[in-house]
Design a protein around this ligand. Sequence first.
Ligand SMILES: NC(=O)C1=CN([C@@H]2O[C@H](COP(=O)(O)OP(=O)(O)OC[C@H]3O[C@@H](n4cnc5c(N)ncnc54)[C@H](OP(=O)(O)O)[C@@H]3O)[C@@H](O)[C@H]2O)C=CC1
Ligand SMILES: CC(=O)[C@@H](O)[C@H](O)COP(=O)(O)O
Ligand SMILES: [Mn+2]
Length: 382
Amino acid sequence: MKKIAIIGSTGSIGTQSLDVIRQHSDLFEARVLTANNNADLLISQAREFKPDAVVIANESKYDYVSEALSDLPIKVYAGSQALCDVVEMPSVDVVIAALVGFAGLPSTISAIKAGKTIALANKETLVVAGELVTGLAWKNKAPILPVDSEHSAIFQSLTGEGKNKIEKILLTASGGPFRNLGQEELAHVTSEQALKHPNWSMGAKITIDSATMMNKGFEMIEAKWLFGVSPDKIEVVVHPESIIHSAVQFEDGSVKAQLGVPDMRLPIQYALSYPDRLHLEASRLNLFDIGALHFEHPDFERFRPLKLAYNAAHKGGNMPCILNAANEVANLAFREGRISFPKLSEVLEITMQTATFSATPTLDTYYDTDVEARRIAEEFCQ
Ligand SMILES: NC(=O)C1=CN([C@@H]2O[C@H](COP(=O)(O)OP(=O)(O)OC[C@H]3O[C@@H](n4cnc5c(N)ncnc54)[C@H](OP(=O)(O)O)[C@@H]3O)[C@@H](O)[C@H]2O)C=CC1
Ligand SMILES: CC(=O)[C@@H](O)[C@H](O)COP(=O)(O)O
Ligand SMILES: [Mn+2]
């Protein structure tokens, strides 16, 4: 039995992880569940899965959760430090890192230091501090298994390839809901339109990131750290159907890809069952129904955040951390209707030019950078 902590169990990845556990209750059990604000969902998840512990990060909701679970032998904790403590519990083997944003970094680092297996959905952890996080994982023998669909596809394509050299990674992108819009039209798009992803149902932050293609830029950086491939060898391929989840080209020219319907339960389950595959009760890919698959080059001008991610990756140091912080601020500002779609890219660019650069950041540098870059980005969102 694998004992699992889901950090962010009330989110899109968290609830789909629980569905996988529900389908395989003979193999997996949820021992820790956590939420930020959604106390009611956390309580109902706890009643169903009976974990050892739950955390409600928003401390003002502690009494409410604690009272609601008082008839069960479940420990209730509150606050962000508790997220770091619960992942270290001896009763946990695997930590599903399913928080969104920089907020996911501390608990993922704690889990790595405790030598747990990490099923990583929180890509921002690797965007912000990829070198440090992968170094710690190596030192503490804590495997990082990708949950992000593209990285799971790359990981699956690399399985069995040993030390065979990667010539190129083909990182597929849906292109988002604005793929066919010109600059003029992009100036007037709304957050409501951006929140309608063509193929995936996900949390709000990543859905906006898909619309700006910041998501693909972050995934390029995530792939760099997970697979040790330079950004120059990671090519973004716009593939509107989201059926090919990504591919690897080897030095003999052979290309291996992983295909499937867009359903995150598949990569989540693979990260939990690796190296085995398990039955998944879900719909199946039918190529006859799909008929044709399409591919395009990305447009780095209309989707400037993708270009900025390559710039940040080449610059290195704390630059991706600056970009991430600016994006968290600008993403929210766009979602709340405070800035336009083109302004979002401007906020990223100006913050990258203004925040203090460090070529050799430590963990403390990342925390300081996050604070400084958020302050700068907030000013430009006014
Ligand atoms: N959704 C998807 O299909 C995919 C997501 N990912 C990545 O996975 C991660 C999670 O995404 P997603 O599930 O969509 O996000 P959601 O917004 O749906 O869920 C986020 C989860 O984190 C909790 N949370 C948010 N902020 C905090 C905080 N400051 N402190 C403690 N808990 C917090 C939320 O709690 P509450 O519910 O109480 O607010 C919720 O449980 C992201 O990094 C995303 O990029 C990657 C590939 C696909
Ligand atoms: C499901 C998943 O992994 C998302 O990251 C998804 O890929 C987003 O789609 P885009 O390709 O539009 O960014
Ligand atoms: Mn993805």
